[in-house]
Write a protein that binds this ligand. Structure first.
Ligand SMILES: Cc1cc2nc3c(=O)[nH]c(=O)nc-3n(C[C@H](O)[C@H](O)[C@H](O)COP(=O)(O)O)c2cc1C
Length: 363
């Protein structure tokens, strides 16, 4: 039987990008996800992909990046597509409409997306209500942000942590979306330290103490990268998500939509986000688990992220272009590459492209 996603994709491509996204989300909410996957998606994950991080057992390292399921509507459906974990959000304290439409643009020729959604979401209470109803199988992280008009950013994040800690397997402090004015300034050393200290204290008070990660932008200077790494090590932040979308427009983009304002994701983001990943791995001396995200469209992209320092990977944009079967293709390809290179686990492969002679690292 032809894959349902392959059948509906021509229709989706003719719709404005956000309408296509809403329709797909609705179909997944209605349980049509099982028609979008092939036999390979149903197979259990290869043992070599299993990994324990922060006390959580990941069956595979391939996750859904934040922004697809902003309101925790379909974490179960996305886990059933074969993802090893799903990150919902960004969730803000109060519901927020986001920027005026159109605000989501496909760059077909570049296998990329530009978005300036602006944290449109139903708010914290709605997300908590949905998360509290879900069955606790599968790993679901919660990505937290601040409302556009909030002045005391820490207060928003703290409330987010207090309300979601009970339901989140991990938390992400998102300070890197380009579509909330001033947000990325929180990445500067003094701001970051002042923000994270009370957040970590709030997380301790929740009792459950889910791991707390920080999501960073690809457009950081070397000094900013060094500052973030030292704050992360000093405050014992549990991990970094590297990276969010970029405001940069590399030369060579073909689509006329490249000129739209917002964050660019997909294939053109791969090189910059992977370079940042490698830099953060080096600066944090391999002590902090990193989630590699940005431009992953194939198993070799995902494997390159792992070898550049990622313990886990995530994707969003390529899923829009290739559809759900991509998830099982990526998982199979990572398992094959690990075996071919003589690694017994993902942990053994993490960061190995940063050594001069990776093949000898294991011998
Ligand atoms: C339409 C869209 C909305 C996004 N919304 C969020 C968001 O709310 N929070 C967030 O942390 N990242 C968000 N992202 C960024 C992704 O999580 C990811 O970091 C980025 O797209 C790079 O991965 P990719 O190249 O695989 O898409 C969004 C991305 C897209 C394309």
């Amino acid at each position: 039987m032809p894959n349902f996603y392959a059948l509906i994709r021509p229709v989706l491509r003719r719709l404005p990008a956000e309408a296509a996204r809403d329709l797909t989300l609705r179909a997944l909410e209605l349980g049509l996800g099982r028609l979008m996957i092939d036999g390979a998606s149903q197979e259990p994950d290869s043992r070599i992909l299993a990994q324990r991080l922060w006390g959580l057992d990941f069956a595979n390292p391939v996750g859904l990046a934040a922004g697809y399921d902003k309101d925790a509507r379909i974490p179960g459906a996305m886990l059933r597509l074969g993802f090893g974990f799903v990150e919902i959000g960004t969730v803000t304290l109060r519901p927020q409409a986001g920027n005026p439409k159109p605000r989501l643009f496909r760059l077909e020729e570049d296998e990329a997306i530009v978005n300036r959604m602006g944290f449109n979401n139903d708010g914290l209470d709605a997300a908590v209500e949905r998360l509290s109803r879900r069955s606790r199988t599968g790993i679901v992280g919660v990505n937290l942000g601040k409302n556009r008009d909030t002045i005391d950013a820490a207060a928003d994040y703290i409330e987010g942590i207090r309300c979601t800690a009970k339901f989140a397997d991990y938390l992400v402090v998102n300070i890197s979306s380009p579509n909330t004015p001033g947000l990325r300034d929180l990445q500067r050393r003094a701001n970051l330290e002042a923000l994270l200290r009370p957040l970590i204290a709030a997380r301790e008070e929740t009792g459950r103490r889910p791991p707390l990660l920080v999501k960073i932008a690809p457009d950081l200077t070397t000094a900013e990268q060094e500052d973030i790494a030292s704050v992360v090590l000093d405050l014992e932040v549990d991990g970094l998500v590297v990276s969010n979308t970029t405001v940069d427009r590399a030369p060579g983009l073909l689509s006329p939509n490249a000129k739209e304002a917002g964050g660019l994701s997909g294939r053109p983001l791969f090189a910059a986000s992977t370079a940042l990943l490698a830099a953060m791995f080096r600066l944090t001396r391999g002590r902090v688990p990193l989630v590699g995200v940005g431009g992953i469209a194939s198993a070799s992209d995902a494997y390159a992220k792992i070898r550049a320092g990622a313990s886990l990977v995530q994707l969003y944009t390529a899923l829009v272009f290739a559809g759900p079967p991509l998830v099982s293709q990526i998982k199979k390809g990572i398992a094959d590459s690990l075996t071919a290179d003589g690694f017994m686990s993902i942990a053994e492969a993490v960061g190995t492209s940063l050594h001069k002679a990776p093949a000898q690292a294991n011998s």
